[in-house]
Design a protein around this ligand. Sequence first.
Ligand code: KIV
Ligand code: NA
Length: 276
Amino acid sequence: MLSVLDLKHMKANKEKISMVTAYDYPSAKQAEQAGMDMILVGDSLGMVVLGYESTVEVQLEDMIHHAKAVKRGAPNTFTAVDMPFMSYHISLEDSLRNAKKLFQETNAQSLKVEGASDDILILIRRLTEAGIPVIAHIGLTPQSVNVLGGFKVQGKDKDAGQKLLDDAKKVAEHGAAALVLECVPKQLATMVSQSISIPTIGIGAGVDCDGQVLVYHDILKYGVDRLPKFVKSYADFNDHGTEALKAYMSDVKQEKFPTDAHSFLNKSQDSLPDTE
Ligand code: KIV
Ligand code: NA
């Protein structure tokens, strides 16, 4: 399993970091078998596998339940877990208590928090000091979608770009182990990546980030309808899955399934009970 130090070395050696989300045992197992560098149990699980409208509905218990399954499927892969909406905003004490629970109960290697406000910076420092590696996340931060006014590219003008660059430096100074950059112009992400020593993990942030992350279900086109511009799908499980289910259904209706090959057969008629 990689450590946070390995991730820093990968950045220094210009070796790209691959990260994918996973939310359950089979997806995590696949990610580990594929040799993925890192897994993120993202709170995107709310939309992707639980069918919520946004990540705002996700509870701490949801994250714990799914992250435990992920760690059972990928015991040897560095795994980060998102702290969900409002689980780290009420007070520092409440945030630390929630982080302790999430980290201890899931056997994860890291927690991820969105934003770079003074309170978040203090939290990053406190968690890191306590021995919990933190991945920061700036740019488009979906838990704040209602404040941002939609899923939009962030840091587009000079001032917003400067703020994003400053925020990146601040989270790094406060001990963050890595930084997710979501939906920021490529050139800005390049600048950020060159300005800090911790790895940047991009999603919709161009090729110059130190690593990339995508949502498992987006990569496989599995249960998702509209895909954002920054997604590349490598399979179409919507089609394959539905086709497979249709074929099964049709076989059932036409008595083509099960065949004897899928059935348990008595060796002789004698081994059956007598009929009346
Ligand atoms: O929840 C998530 O999937 C994420 C990634 C998109 C970075 O936070
Ligand atoms: Na997330």
